[in-house]
Write a new protein. Sequence first.
Length: 457
Amino acid sequence: MPIPIIMPKFEMAQESGTILRWLKQVGDPVAKGEAVLEVETDKITMEVEAPADGVLAQILAEAGAVVPIGQPIAYLATPGESAAPSPSEAPPTVRAQGVVSESDVRATPIARKLAAEHGIDLRQVVGTGRDGQITRQDVEAFIERQRVRVAEVEKVAAVPAARRLARELEVDLRTVQGSGPGGRIQSADVERVAAQRHEQGIATVVPSSAPSAPPAPQPTSQPTRTTPAVRRTVPLVGMRRTIAQRLTQSVREAPQFNVSVDVNMSRALALVEDWRAAQQEGAPKVTLTALLVKVCAWALQRHPALNAGFENETILEWSDINIGVAVALDEGLIVPVIHHADRLSLVEIAARLNDIAARGRAGQLQLADVQGGTFTLSNLGMFAVDRFTAIVNPPQAAILAVGRATKRVVVDERDQPHVAPMATFTVSADHRIVDGAQVGRFLTDLKQALERPGLLL
């Protein structure tokens, strides 16, 4: 009996996955554990492996399709079998949204059979037969062009994130000039080419037979354009689409509230500078974010109600303290996780932060790097942001937003005014899990630990 390949569940709160591309086509032999396709979630891109030896007999979900977890996306024919389940037993093929059915394409029976064997979408093939009908020769020519194109594109030096973005924006990497080390293509390079292509497309709308004489001058009081000019169009796909869906769901379903506190950062900043001055060359760079992770882990030990989640109408308090740290990418936001942060030293946390941030921007994060977060930290202080509120990352109970430290006039215990670097810390929390008093006590301890770092010892 054919073996199904199902959409796996990579993450705790994952409900579906997006098919990025098929690495194998119908008719290809596969070995158990061999990568068959790439699937994208809101955090990472992962390969789905074959559950057994066999032949890829049927593909049920096309590239670009969003498939719920647990649903079959393909079938393997085991040795001795030659076909996938009958149409009455197999689920219907899942297609990307907004796509015309392939059955509407005119093609000869031989062309359809050949296209099915190679997993080719006939809507991408140009027919040269009578009245545009697709023939066997058209499919064979398409297969050869695809083979050559894939070989050439794979030779292009590009970071994984740029390759994914190029597929989403339909940009040929061979036309992109890389700005990274050694000419390696970055995501920004792909976006630049996509924007240029869009601008050129607008320019071609002007008819070639338009009169060469300049238009009559318009009164200065009248606008020359009724709609704003478009600099570039960014489709809501991939990571951006999943971020939009999940955070919209978070705001809609979770009753969120915010609690803020101002923290004197004098001693925290001095501590970071002391660590940097004492570190040897080549040691991981200790940053304020690393110290914030350490302090959050310490405070969560004292207030486990915030180290929790909401699932299936149940509150789960976790024993592990895993701090997710929001990292901005060109195409969106990822939250790699510092696991067991309460057990790590400040230098160990700094080393892990440096590692996951670098691999995250290069698109090289593994599944374990983004799984299991119990609390999230979002620090925008390096962007000169004074204060902000963040959206809770479901199913977690809370997220901490940290603004920059700015010089403000404060009054000390002796009622004497002086200038100190102050930062605003804001916790956004799910009211189904915690109350304002619990968040207030958490922030109080957080403030004390930053203003008196000796409490961490």
